[in-house]
Design a protein around this ligand. Structure first.
Ligand code: FA5
Length: 341
């Protein structure tokens, strides 16, 4: 019995140390010193104890009650007086230590560049249209005026799936057909961003997966001068007001005439440097007037409607803008690269 009383005392005193406010203190009191607590009950039931043991047990229980009452008063006094900070000193927590910084996420540089491109085109009245990444050969090639076995297919090395005629899109241009068919014969101005896939040798300039942003404008009386003016305006908004552009004749089966647009190298201002390979110019996109066969496939009457289209590579644009010398950094998941943007 004496041992049981000692256990009550040890437990109560240790729990008392952990009380931190009025509420925990009140709970402690009701557990250890209220009428129903084991200690007080043992005093009340002394008559059940053998008469010869009664004096010693009674005396011991009373002493413990006094100790607990005294400790309770002290703890009440301490909690009342001490401020939060003096109380913390009695725990392991050092609130004077500087806090641990939380890692902040950020947008990938490709996403940042894409969003900048979206904003510019949206400001110029173009809607964003999403098209699918898994395409049919028909949409990726045939309806874009690239028949089976046509040598132009060599420009787009293709990933094929197990399903015949189903491929990963090699460019965003099949989105032109989707957008035209969804809107013909109404005029349209859309951009079609998204991931493209090519079965290519990976090099510092070429990846097997990369983003493109396609653009398409269809209406009546749209001319090559509209294409030149619109794309030059884009380049100035993207790279700065004084950016100069030039158009070089090129070939794409789905546009006629076709061109590639260069911007004046903004690293050397046209003087010639390593990045522009001493030419003073940087290629940023392919473009042209939509081929009449493609207009027909999209549901537009080519005698009545004309349009222009373009396709640019946001990673290549970001490489030029930020002096990134290797496209493989984009998908390498190296935080030392990603944290720079
Ligand atoms: C095309 O894919 C045409 N569909 C673009 C076009 C659209 C022309 C509409 C006319 C009208 P090209 O293969 O050149 O063209 O690719 C366009 C851009 O995608 C390139 O300028 C480049 O920025 C980017 N690109 C192409 N291949 C890769 C690659 N392997 N890695 C990274 N970027 C690439």
């Amino acid at each position: 019995m004496l041992e049981a009383l000692d256990t009550i005392k040890t437990t109560a005193l240790s729990e008392l140390k952990k009380t931190s406010d009025k509420e925990t203190l009140r709970l402690w009191y009701s557990t250890h010193l209220s009428k129903n607590s084991p200690l007080i009950e043992s005093l009340r039931n002394l008559s059940n104890v053998a008469p010869k043991d009664r004096p010693a047990i009674g005396k011991h229980a009373n002493q413990i009650r006094n100790i607990l009452e005294e400790a309770y008063k002290e703890q009440t006094h301490y909690l009342h007086k001490s401020t939060a900070s003096t109380r913390q000193k009695h725990t392991d927590l050092d609130i004077t230590l500087p806090g641990r910084s939380v890692n902040r996420g950020r947008l990938h540089i490709a996403t940042q560049t894409l969003r900048r491109i979206y904003t510019i085109w949206a400001d110029m009245g173009f809607q964003i249209y999403r098209s699918r990444e898994i395409e049919t050969d028909e949409l990726n090639f045939e309806l874009l005026n690239i028949p089976l076995h046509h040598p132009a297919r060599d420009m787009w090395d293709t990933f094929h799936t197990n399903t015949p005629g189903v491929i990963l899109r090699t460019h965003t241009s099949p989105g032109q057909i989707h957008a035209m068919r969804a809107n013909a014969p109404d005029p349209i101005r859309v951009i079609l961003p998204g991931m493209c896939y090519r079965y290519e040798q990976i090099t510092a300039r070429s990846e097997i997966q990369f983003n493109q942003v396609e653009g398409l404008a269809i209406g009546t009386n749209i001319r090559f001068t509209d294409l030149k003016g619109t794309l030059t305006d884009f380049a100035r908004r993207m790279f700065g007001n004084s950016t100069r552009t030039r158009f070089r004749a090129s070939h794409f089966p789905f546009t006629e005439p076709s061109a590639e647009m260069d911007v004046e190298c903004f690293l050397c201002s046209g003087e010639g440097c390593r990045v522009c390979k001493k030419t003073g110019w940087l290629e940023i996109l392919g473009c042209g007037m939509v081929h009449p066969a493609v207009l027909t496939n999209g549901g537009y009457e080519p005698n009545k409607y004309t349009g222009f289209a373009f396709g640019m590579g946001p990673e290549r644009i970001a490489m030029l803008k930020y002096g990134i010398d290797d496209i493989r950094h984009f998908w390498g998941n190296d935080l030392r690269f990603l944290e720079q943007f």
